[in-house]
Structure formats: C-alpha cells, structure tokens
Design a protein around this ligand. Structure first.
Ligand code: F6P
Length: 548
C-alpha cells in the first residue's frame, strides 16, 4: 500500500492540534461565560444537541468548521443526495434518504427516477401490513397472526429490532420477535411458546446468502412444515431482499416478497422494506411518521448552515475528540430504556461504516478513523461501568440521550429520577471532585485524620470529562426517525473529513470466508492448509469435549 499523502485537511488539523496543546483551564471553567450553553448547543424543532460540556471554544469551533469546508463535506453531501456513486468500491449510490423522501420530486439514480419503485414498494408493504394486522392475511389454518418473527442479522435485524423496541408504546399489532444469531439457542428460545398456526416469519436479507439467516430460515421452515405440514409453509413466510430470484428459489412467493435496492446499505435499510416488522407492529401511519422524522433531519442536514447543522456539529465534535483530544472510544448512554438497543444499532452504523484504514483513493488513512462505540442505557450503566468513566485512566466522551417526558404519565416520579440522574452524571463527569473536597467531606463525616489521608485519594474524581446531550420532547416515531438520521449523517460527516468510504464493509469478508473453509473440519474433515496450530488444537479440544 502506498504512503499516506499530504491532504487538504492537514493544515486545519495542525491548527486544531496547536490550539489543543495550548489549552489552559478546564471545561467547567469555560462556563464562566454565561452564554456558553446557547453558544455551544443547537436545536431543530424540539431536538436539542448540547455540546457545551466539552472543551470546545469559539476558536476550536471555527477551526472545525474550516476543517469541514476544506474536507468538502458539503460537496460530498450534495453528491449523496443527488444519487452519485459515492460508494466507490461497490460503484453504487448511497441513497437511503430517498426511502423517506415523500416530497413530490424525482430522485434519479443512473438516470432513472427511483421514486416510482420506492412509492410502489411502500404501497405494497402498507397493504400487506394492514392485511396482517387485520387478520385478512392469515395462517394456513385461517388463524390471524399473533406473532411475527423476523429472521435476519446485522442491518437486517438491528434496525427493525431497535425501532420496534423503541416504539413499544405504539404497538397495536402482532408481537414481534427477532432471531439473528446462528446459535441454535436463539431460534429455540424464540420459538418456545409460539403457536406455529399464528406465527408469521419474515426472512430479511439484502443478499439472501447470509449463512446465519439462511440457517435460521431453514429451521423456521421445518418448524412450520413439521407442525402444520409442508403445504402450510407458503402461508407462514414473507421475505425482504434485493435478490428476488434467490427468495423465489427458497420457496417464498413473489406477492409476499418485498424488494429494495443495491443503493441501500444494510445498516441504512430500516427505512426500506426491512422495516416491515415495525410497520406490522405499530401500523403504516406510525411508520410514515418515523420516515417523516428522518426526512426532516435530511432536509436540515441538506440546508442548514454548517454552524447550525446538527449532524455536522455532532460529527465535528466527534472528529475533534477522536483525532485531536486523542479519545479512542465514545459511549452512547440513552436515559431511555426503550432505546436499549440503540448502542448496538449505532455500533453497526458507526463501526461498520467508519472502521476503515484506507482512504477513498486507496491510501492509508493519515489519522485515526472510526472510534470504538459502546454503551448501555442509563441508569443501569451507572451501576456497571460508570466507575471507569469517572475514575478510570482513559477519558471516554459520553453521549447522553434524554426525553423530557416518558409515556407513563402516572409514573412521573420515575421520569424525574431519570432526568436528574442523566443531568447529574454529565455534571459529575465534568466537575469531578478535588482531593481537598474529598478530604473535607470525610472530616465532616467524622473520619480520623489518618482515615482521611488513606481514603480521600480514592474519592477523588479527576473530572474534566466531556459529554454531549441530545434532548427531545418524547420518544415518538417522528422523534426516533430524526435521531437515527442525525446519527447516520454524523457518521457521513466524519467519513467525509477522514476521506474514507462509509458505505462498504470489506472487513467482514475474511472471517466469513474462513468460516466456510473451517466448517468441513468441524464436521469431521481436515482443516485447510495454513490453519494455525492454535486453531488445530482448539478444534481437536472442542471435538474431544463434544464427543465426551
Ligand atoms: O456481515 C456484514 C453484513 O454484510 C452487514 O453489512 C449486513 O447488514 C449483514 O451482513 C446482513 O446482510 P444481509 O442483509 O445481506 O443478510
């Protein structure tokens, strides 16, 4: 591979590095400026992005906006919305935004208006979802479906699973379940207690070749055939895929197959037919509101000036934390239990998009690219890993998400505690506690001087740890659509500045290839040449235990 080359962004990064090295004072001190919150937050409708609890200054923000300009973020954004083949290595457009664009405008890809196909698929999905919800499409024995099992993995699982969980208060359709892992435990535990006569399976796979999904689909097929008879299979399956011929070969009829297009990346596909389980759970109207929320964020991203553009600002702060401040990970902490799967969803969105070491022109990336993304909902996370966030040796920028109100008006005390904890954690991370403060607290509690000297250092919080807060009125379909699109575009902005392609995922290939090669050995054959002694040893060990 050739060397990293000087880039147009080098000077902007140099300026940011110099400012960071010359930094004096702490984040908390920056709040001496009374307008800091207004200055370093931006809103769009009721959605607020507050990044004032980071070390950002006016100078840094100006430099970051310069960085976005010299990196050509706006040009690449416009190329994405125009349907250009910005996914260079797969020679494709990245046009998930077309799936939620309900405006009366044509959206050309390679000279063809994709709007017609998008509209038609949405109409078909809507009709199917209504019919399943109303029992007009029913099982082989005439029973209405009470349960829908989505079989898919990665983008064909995480999006619909996360969104279905997030919109639980809006469920008025059949229950939805999600099977992804090839571990037989997953489908076994999911099917336990389900009545085959009232269960509909949706096999979701963009390629319809993914081993895990095909394996689980085969088991589900047997579940129906063994209990209701082979002839019942067709009535209990639907499919979502871009590979319509492979779906047909599997035995799912065309009128129960919903397509999408190669310009929709798997991790950007929840807006497409991949969202079918969501539509069945909450109804097509709510699904439409979800699309509308994302479309609103698209419009904002497309038109807002850079210094008020939420995805741009979120992306720039992320880049600054990653490349200038040197923080290799970011934690996503929704103080919103129904967003429990958001960290996992964002792991795929962010890490599969930006976990790259090569730039768009095939050279080594000059700087660190996608950070490690992880997280759990608050307040649970506080009782698990917040110890490390507060007192560990690494700084991890935290992204908090919090709604003003929950869906449980009779449990206002819960929501009040949730909000108080969210605000408190962000404040504690920033403020910290000095040795003097820790000692004074202990003295006040009556500890001896010797005890104070021993214990106080353990009760020091370094503080000065940055966080971002995303706040919104409540987690409804529109709001959720907006939040997901915000994160999609943030990933886009970061990739644009790093000069990498956010829309391919070659890094998942090698492991898949080796798994295919190793399967015969697990079944009793020989390992392929080149397998290491460790793999041979482990295979023999597992084989021995399995037979014991
Ligand atoms: O292995 C990674 C991946 O290709 C993801 O990008 C994708 O979301 C997932 O597998 C599932 O792929 P498919 O929808 O084709 O089954």
């Amino acid at each position: 591979m050739t060397e990293a080359q000087p880039s147009a962004t080098d000077a902007a990064f140099d300026a940011l590095d110099a400012a960071w090295k010359g930094r004096t004072g702490r984040i908390a001190d920056l709040f001496a400026a009374s307008d800091r919150f207004e200055r370093f937050s931006t809103s769009y409708g009721d959605l607020l992005l507050d990044f004032s609890k980071t070390a950002i200054t006016d100078e840094t923000l100006t430099q970051l906006l310069d960085l976005a300009r010299v990196a050509g973020v706006e040009q690449l954004r416009d190329a994405m919305f125009a349907g250009d083949h910005i996914n260079l290595t797969e020679d494709r457009a990245a046009l998930h935004t077309a799936l939620r664009n309900r405006a009366d405008e044509s959206i050309p890809v390679d000279g063809i208006d994709v709007k017609t196909g998008v509209d038609e698929t949405l109409r078909n999905l809507t009709a199917f979802a209504h019919a399943v919800r109303e029992g007009r499409i029913a099982g082989a024995r005439g029973n209405a479906f009470t349960d829908v099992v989505n079989i898919g993995i990665g983008g064909s699982d995480l999006g619909p699973a996360m969104v279905t969980g997030a919109l639980a208060p809006y469920h008025d359709g059949p229950r939805c379940h999600f099977v992804s892992n090839v571990d037989g435990a997953h489908i076994t535990d999911t099917l336990k207690g389900l009545n085959p006569a009232t269960t509909l399976f949706i096999v979701a796979s963009k390629t319809f070749t993914t081993v895990e999904t095909m394996c689980n689909a085969g088991t589900a097929r047997a579940f129906i055939a063994d209990t209701l008879g082979e002839a019942a299979v067709g009535d209990h399956f639907a499919a979502v895929s871009t590979a319509l011929d492979r779906v047909e070969a599997f035995g799912i009829s065309r009128d129960r197959t919903f397509g999408f297009w190669d310009w929709v990346g798997g991790r950007y596909s929840v807006w497409s037919a991949i969202g079918l389980p969501v539509m069945i759970a909450v109804g097509p109207d709510r699904f439409g509101e979800f699309l509308a929320g994302a479309a609103a964020m698209d419009e904002h991203f497309r038109s807002a000036p850079l210094d008020q553009n939420m995805p741009v600002l979120l992306g720039l702060v992320g880049i600054w934390h990653r490349n200038v401040c040197g923080y290799p990970s970011r934690a996503i902490i929704p103080y919103d239990q129904r967003l429990a799967r958001l960290p996992a969803y964002l792991q795929q969105l962010d890490m599969e998009s930006n976990g790259k070491s090569v730039t768009r022109d095939g050279r080594p990336a000059a700087r660190g690219t996608g950070p490690i993304v992880w997280g759990e909902p608050g307040t649970n996370a506080q009782h698990a890993f917040f110890q490390l966030l507060h007192q560990g040796t690494d700084t991890v920028p935290v992204e908090f998400l919090i709604a003003a109100q929950g869906h449980e008006p009779n449990l206002k005390n819960h929501q009040n505690l949730l909000v108080a904890n969210c605000l408190a954690q962000a404040e504690a991370l920033m403020r910290g506690r000095t040795l003097e403060e820790a000692a004074a607290q202990l003295v006040q509690k009556g500890f001896s001087a010797e005890q104070v000297a021993t214990i106080a250092p353990h009760r020091v919080f370094p503080g000065d740890r940055p966080s971002i807060t995303i706040a919104y009125a409540e987690l409804d379909p529109f709001s959720l659509g907006r939040i997901i699109a915000l994160y999609e575009h943030r990933v886009f902005v970061e990739a644009a500045v790093w000069g990498i392609n956010a829309f391919d995922q070659w890094g998942v290939e090698l492991g898949k290839e080796l798994a295919t090669q190793f399967l015969p050995a697990v079944q009793g054959g020989a390992l392929p040449p080149g397998a290491s002694g460790s793999t041979a040893g482990l295979l023999a060990y597992l084989g021995g235990l399995a037979q014991a």
